[in-house]
Design a protein around this ligand. Structure first.
Ligand code: FAD
Ligand code: DLZ
Ligand code: SF4
Length: 504
């Protein structure tokens, strides 16, 4: 008999390791272990989600006739690591080897490959593109831009295709999307499900000091519930998803977002199936093309592309620091007080929900870290810890590449930076901020305004020649010398306060 490993983000009936083994003879191993639960200080909601969903999946497997050797975190025999549990179970059952589906982090891929057991690693087929398909696409390309990869995925899946042409004649309808924040939000946000109280008690006891609020816990923890969330959103949220994808509001944490990334990444939902349900809403006349195309692009485009980059670039990707940034992550990321309302709101929401939407991650917390020159490894560790959907294969390319430009432009053709103006346009944060977004210098100047120019000035040699950034340098150069000096002096003073842990 063989052991069949099922990890906490491999909770799929169609997992390759389950399909290629035999429930009559083989034994599934699942384990709640400190190694996985503490390699970064995960948000308590993320740990509770993982353990609750693992327990439900184990129950489901047993119902399907599998024998499951499940280790709970507080089991006295628990060795504390996935490899330790496999070695222990192998001797307990006299197993000849272990079959597993490739994990989503190099860390674990390497640990499993080095185990003193006979192993068989299978590809993770829960994605649209295999590693080989991504490599074939990437081969001989000077630039690996998402948009072209996305078109391949549209052709491959047939999603929103009209023969060999894109539905409606265009591949991308983003010019119809991304409107400023609406006055009212007429969607109620995600469904809330009953929690496994036993798991919550365990997490409160063992991880109660981690950053993040455990209760109320509302996540779906099995496929049926996750599907209910998806249907609820397709009916109520998809319609305006495109329009307000980039908007941010003080009083609406979820706006029209789907809140399915946790479920997709843990394996409770299948990406192609999710996209087909969104396409059916469009074909049935229930949702407009700009919304549905935008949503499908996030999944078969961005999500698949990010995974491709993670595996294409290799284990050293997470350590890259192309801009040589060295600042420590400011305390405000862990809930320290700040006068910047956009930062305070994005971090508070992250603390409470283990969730922030894309623009909060990219243009508020990510933007600030990049402008301030925070070490990308610290930024990476924070994102990996605090979001319930964070696994390195998707988090690292988003943080190291898209958000921090630490990969030297593999993912982004220019850094995602902005002054306060962008945040002001897309949100209602600035109206209730101690800083003034219209002030470019002075005591109340929005820190994003100061740091924006500071960033451009200190990285001039690298970005001046970038055709998409020439305009920014021309604006900077047209400012009076005295004004430029004031901006840089005030930005330095602001950063010194951040470093000293003073209220900023
Ligand atoms: P929606 O806005 O409703 O989008 C639908 C789906 O599209 C998402 O569920 C997700 O599966 C997919 N998607 C959208 N954008 C991306 C993207 N850039 N990369 C991959 N998939 C995408 N996403 C994660 O799943 N895990 C992460 O750890 C993660 N870290 C991020 C870090 C930074 C700095 C940034 C800028 C983005 C990160 N993202 C990450 C991408 C994105 O922010 C989340 O996928 C999204 O906010 C999840 O919320 P949602 O399900 O409501 O998404
Ligand atoms: C995220 C997570 C946590 C918190 N705990 C466990 C665990 O105890 N056991 C487990 O099998 N998986 C866990 N996971 C998910 C893994 O960290 C994930 O499978 C790897 O990071 C690879 O993506
Ligand atoms: Fe953020 Fe600046 Fe607006 Fe304040 S004024 S909310 S710091 S962008």
């Amino acid at each position: 008999m063989r052991l069949v490993l099922v990890l906490g983000d491999q909770l799929s009936a169609g997992l390759s390791a389950l399909l290629k083994t035999d429930k009559a003879t083989d034994v599934v191993v699942m384990a709640e272990v400190m190694g996985e639960a503490s390699y970064v200080p995960h948000h308590p909601k993320k740990i509770a989600f993982t353990f609750s969903a693992m327990r439900r999946f184990a129950e489901w497997l047993r119902g399907e006739g599998w024998q499951v050797a499940y280790t709970r975190l507080d089991d006295p025999e628990n060795t504390g690591s996935i490899t330790g549990e496999l070695i222990r179970r192998a001797s307990e059952y006299g197993a000849v080897g272990v079959v597993y589906t490739e994990p989503g982090e190099w860390r674990l891929i390497e640990a499993l490959a080095e185990m003193p057991l006979k192993t068989h690693c299978l590809p993770d087929t829960r994605f649209i593109a295999s590693h080989q398909e991504f490599e074939d696409w990437a081969k001989d390309r000077k630039q690996l831009r998402m948009e072209y990869f996305y078109r391949e995925m549209r052709r491959k899946t047939g999603l929103l295709m009209d023969g060999d042409q894109p539905e409606g004649g265009k591949w991308n309808y983003d010019h119809d999307n991304r409107k400023p924040a609406p006055d009212q939000v007429d969607f109620v946000g995600p469904l809330r499900f009953a929690a496994d109280e036993e798991v919550l008690d365990l997490v409160a006891k063992r991880f109660g000091d981690n950053f993040g609020k455990l209760r109320p816990f509302w996540f779906a923890t099995d496929t049926d519930q996750a599907q209910d969330q998806l249907s609820h959103w397709v009916e109520g949220g998809l319609l305006k998803f495109g329009d307000f994808q980039d908007a941010m509001l003080n009083e609406h944490r979820f706006l029209y977002h789907s809140l399915i990334s946790f479920y997709l990444n843990a394996g409770l939902l299948d990406p192609l199936d999710v996209c087909q349900q969104a396409e059916a809403a469009y074909r049935g006349g229930h949702a407009p093309l700009n919304a549905v195309e935008g949503f499908i692009r996030q999944i078969i485009g961005w999500r698949e592309y990010m995974r491709g980059i993670y595996f294409h670039e290799g284990p050293d990707y997470v350590g890259r620091n192309a801009l040589g940034h060295t600042r420590a992550l400011p305390a405000m990321y862990w809930g320290g007080e700040t006068k910047m309302n956009c930062m305070a709101k994005s971090v508070a929401q992250t603390h409470d929900e283990a969730y922030a939407h894309h623009i909060q991650r990219l243009m508020v917390t990510g933007n600030f870290a990049l402008l301030a020159g925070v070490h990308p490894a610290e930024v990476h560790e924070w994102y990996l810890a605090v979001y319930a959907d964070a696994y390195e294969w998707v988090e690292a390319p988003n943080v190291i590449g898209m958000s921090q430009f630490a990969d030297d432009g593999i993912i982004a053709s220019k850094p995602y930076i902005s002054s306060g103006n962008y945040i002001h346009k897309m949100s209602d944060y600035c109206g209730s901020c101690a800083y003034r977004v219209q002030d470019k210098t002075g005591e109340k100047a929005c820190p994003f305004n100061l740091l924006y120019w500071h960033f451009l000035d200190r990285h001039r040699a690298r970005f001046e020649g970038n055709p998409r950034m020439g305009n920014m340098y021309r604006v900077w150069d047209r400012m009076a010398d005295e004004r430029r000096e004031t901006v840089l002096r005030e930005a330095d003073a602001f950063l010194a306060k951040v470093d000293a842990g003073e209220l900023t």
